[in-house]
Design a protein around this ligand. Structure first.
Ligand SMILES: [Zn+2]
Length: 369
């Protein structure tokens, strides 16, 4: 029931010297200037993560780098002109009125939000450059506003522009690569990223998320259409799911698909809202599992000889986020690890196994899971 995948447990992998691999964190104070009032998606999230990293030994292992602003064309690869203008004009309105303007009940815009959002897309692009041009293996874009709910036409769910998707499109446009794999482990389904690439086999989007939760998309039978059929892979898990389900997703869904798809770049949409302490969700993922998940992604990337851009989405427990980002960076920078650092075989609930079975059937003939 739990086949081992050579890509992360073979003798060639365990004990590999990763000391030549480089890790960087992309950050800019502009990310703190997207103000949201009394809102869970607050600048304080990044303040806490940055402080936690700086207080830990891992800080000596990473470079801190500031991103530039993206151009409008970099946004327009994923979003309509009308959407871009809405964000720009709404920020101007917020500036003129010196107050927040709400695009929907979840999503506020402040005077500097357009600039912060351009900087967040710029962070993804810089991460792509550092991986594909400068041979970094792990880039962490600690940015906000987050992106994975932003569709081609609209902002929603705290998200303005889709940072992960804009990074993928930039990688294709600038470096001519054909296959990008986006792995979304935020608690919520990344409906925006799914929409942008639903008909596209050049970007494979996969997500684990809490089922029957915001935004209500991400069902198992949403597998893409047209040329993109089979290139959207959703694994919804029930409330109270946690490490077992993440381990199963990592070992039995992500790893075999990556081995078969052979992406040239991994982009991770990282949400720490699946953590057990998170106030907005009902999953039970531990701090340690966030690190093990990173190790699994590194093992896949190493096997394929590619890098990983981690871009921040959600996560609303200030305490959990500080611990989870530190654990993630520790595993990003570790030079040697063993199978104890990887998600272990597990005993998922009958409901999880049923979901896995339905996903196997939905993808039959496309991916060998
Ligand atoms: Zn989320």
């Amino acid at each position: 029931m739990y086949p081992d995948h050579d890509c992360f447990e073979g003798p060639d992998f365990v004990g590999i010297d990763f000391s030549k691999h480089k890790t960087a964190v992309i950050f800019h104070d502009d990310f703190l200037q997207h103000k949201t009032g009394n809102h869970p998606e607050s600048p304080q999230r990044l303040v806490v993560m940055k402080s936690a990293i700086e207080a830990h030994d891992v800080n000596e292992q990473v470079e801190w780098i500031e991103p530039g602003l993206c151009e409008e064309e970099d946004i327009n690869r994923c979003h309509t002109r009308a959407h871009l203008e809405t964000i720009k004009r709404t920020a101007e309105k917020a500036s003129a009125e010196n107050s927040l303007v709400w695009l929907d009940p979840d999503t506020p815009i402040s005077p500097d939000s357009y600039r912060a959002a351009r900087r967040a897309v710029g962070a993804s692009m810089m991460g792509v450059d550092m991986i594909l041009r400068d041979n970094y293996q792990n880039i962490w874009a600690l940015c906000r506003p987050p992106g994975h709910h932003a569709t081609p036409e609209r902002a929603m769910g705290f998200c303005l522009f889709n940072n992960a998707a804009c990074g993928a499109e930039y990688a294709r446009a600038k470096y001519g690569i054909d296959r990008v794999m986006i792995i979304d482990y935020d608690l919520h389904h990344g409906n925006g990223t799914q929409d942008i690439f639903y008909n596209d086999s050049g970007v494979l989007y996969t997500s684990i998320h809490q089922s029957y939760h915001y935004p209500g998309t991400g069902h198992i039978d949403e597998i893409g259409s047209g040329d993109g059929r089979g290139f959207t892979v959703n694994f919804p898990v029930l409330a109270q799911s946690g490490d077992n389900e993440f381990a199963l997703y990592a070992r039995e869904i992500i790893a075999p698909i990556a081995t078969q798809y052979k992406p040239q770049l991994l982009i991770a949409s990282v949400g720490f809202d699946a953590h057990a302490l998170d106030p907005l969700g009902y999953l039970q993922v531990s701090t340690q599992m966030f690190g093990k998940f990173v190790t699994l992604l590194r093992s896949i990337a190493t096997e394929l000889g590619i890098g990983i851009l981690f871009t921040l989405e959600g996560g609303y427990s200030l305490e959990a986020q500080g611990e989870a980002i530190v654990q993630s960076l520790v595993m990003s920078t570790k030079n040697r690890f063993d199978t104890g650092d990887l998600p272990a075989p597990n005993r998922p609930s009958p409901g999880t196994l049923a979901a896995q079975d339905r996903l196997d059937k939905a993808l039959k003939g496309i991916w060998n899971l």
